[in-house]
Design a protein around this ligand. Sequence first.
Ligand code: CS2
Length: 493
Amino acid sequence: MTEPAVTYPLLSAATCPQQVAPDRDSNIRIVHLGIGAFHRAHQAFYTEQVMQQTAERNWMIAGVSLRSSAVAQQLNPQQGLYTLVTSSAAGMQQQLVQSVAKVLVAPEDPKAVIELMASPEVAIFSLTVTEKGYCLNPATGDLDLTHADIQHDLSHLAAPKTAIGYLVAALQQRFVRKLKPVTVISCDNISQNGKTLARLVQQFAAKIDAELAGWIASSIAFPDSMVDRIVPATTEQDMLDLAADTGYLDKAMVKTESYSQWVLEDHFSSERPAWEKAGVMLVKDVAPFEQAKLRLLNGAHSALAYLGAVAGYSYVHQVVADPVFLRYLRHLMRNELMPTLQAPQGLDLATYIDALLKRFANPALMHRTMQIAMDGSQKIPPRLLAAAQIRLDKGQSVDAICFAVAGWLRFSMGFDAKGDTLEVSDPLADLLMQIRLVHWDHIDELVGQYLAVSQVFPAALSGSVLFRNRLTYWLSYILANGVPTALQSLLLE
Ligand code: CS2
C-alpha cells in the first residue's frame, strides 16, 4: 500500500491502547486452514467473545495460509491482533480481536504446520479454504483424484499442497502418536460441508492407509455448519480511514456487517470453546439452515453479481438499488428458490428474504460484484443448480434460475455490456472461454457445450430438455438485448 501522508505506528501488542492478554502463543488449541478475512470476521470473532466472557484465554487460534504469505505478513508483525470494523445504518463500530496468535505459511514450512496440528493440546482443526480448496468434483461431490495437487499430495504427504492433504497428514501423525482425536470443522459455503469434508478426507486417507481411514471414520467428528457474514475485501482506503480514527495502522483489519450467524452441528470428538455463549446455535440438523442460506443468500448473491457485473454495476448495493434487478431477485428467491426449501425451525423464509435484501442494500459495505463473481463453476451447482433439479423433478418452471445461470455464462465470456473486459477468475475460465470462441456462432451448440461441462452440470440437468431450452432462450435473449431488457421480459412473463 502507499504510505499515508501522516505516519501511524503499526498496531501491535506494544502500541495497542488496550491491554493484550499474555501467553496467547502458548494457548493455541485451534488450527485454522485458510485464514482469510471471512475467518477473522466470523469464527475468530466468536472465539474472541467466548474467551472474553469466560476470561480463559485458552482457545487461541493459529492460522495457516496454504498459498500466499500475504496474511502472515499483515498479522504476524501485529502479533495476530486486528480490528474488526462493523458498518451498519447505525454507524461504525470497532473491536480489537486477540484470538489469533500467529499465522504459519504452509509452503514455507509444511513440517511446522503438520507438527502444530499434531500437538497434543490442539483440539480443533477448522477450515475456510473456499469451494475450490476442497478439490471436489462439484457435480458428484467426490474427491477429484485427477486434481494435480491431490495427486501431488498422495505421493508427498510430508509436504502437501492441499487442505485435504494437510488434514490427512496431521490426522495420520495423531493416529500414530495415539493422541486425542480432534474435531474438524468446515466453515465454507458447501452443501453438507461437514459430511462432504469427511467423505473427501476418507477417500484420500483410504489411498494412504486403510487403518488410518478406519480410525478417522470411527473417531473424528466432522460437524456440518452454516456460516454467515458478509465480508467485503478490505481496501487501502479502509485502512487509512481506520488509522485516522484510531491513531494506528492496522494492515490486517477486516470490515463487515453487524449481522452474523453460525449454526453448528452439535457433534464433537474433542473439547471445544463454549461457542454457544457467543450466540452460536448448536443444533442436531444443520441442513435446513444451510440450504436456506446457500440457496437464498448465496444463490441471490451469485445471480446479482454476474448479472450486475455484466450490466456495469461495481457494487452489490447498486444492483439492488435498481428496481428491475430488485424485482427479479425477489422473484427468484420467493417463487423459485424458497419453494425448494424446508423452513428451519423458528425461521419464516419470506421474512428471511426481506432481511437478506436489506443486508445487500447496505451501502457502507462497498461489496464488489467481482468479489462474489469469482469461482462461479464451483459456486453455481450448490447455490442454483440443486434447486433447479428439485423443481424439474416436480415439473416446475425454472426460468428465473436459468436466467441467473445464463448470467454466469454471459459473465464468463469476459466482457460487459459496454465491451469492457471482465476479469474471469475461475478454475474453468479457460475451458469456458474456449467453448465460447469455438461455438460462438451457434447458440444451440454453444449451450450444448456448456452443459457438457460435467464438473458443473450433473447429467440429470444437462439431459433435461426444459432446462436446456430455457437456458438457451435466456442466454440468447441476454446476448441480443442486454441484461436489463431481458429482465423486463422475464418479469412480464
Ligand atoms: C458470497 C459469500 O463471495 C461470495 O460468494 O456469496 O462470501 C457471502 O458473502 C457469504 O457467504 C455471506 O455469509
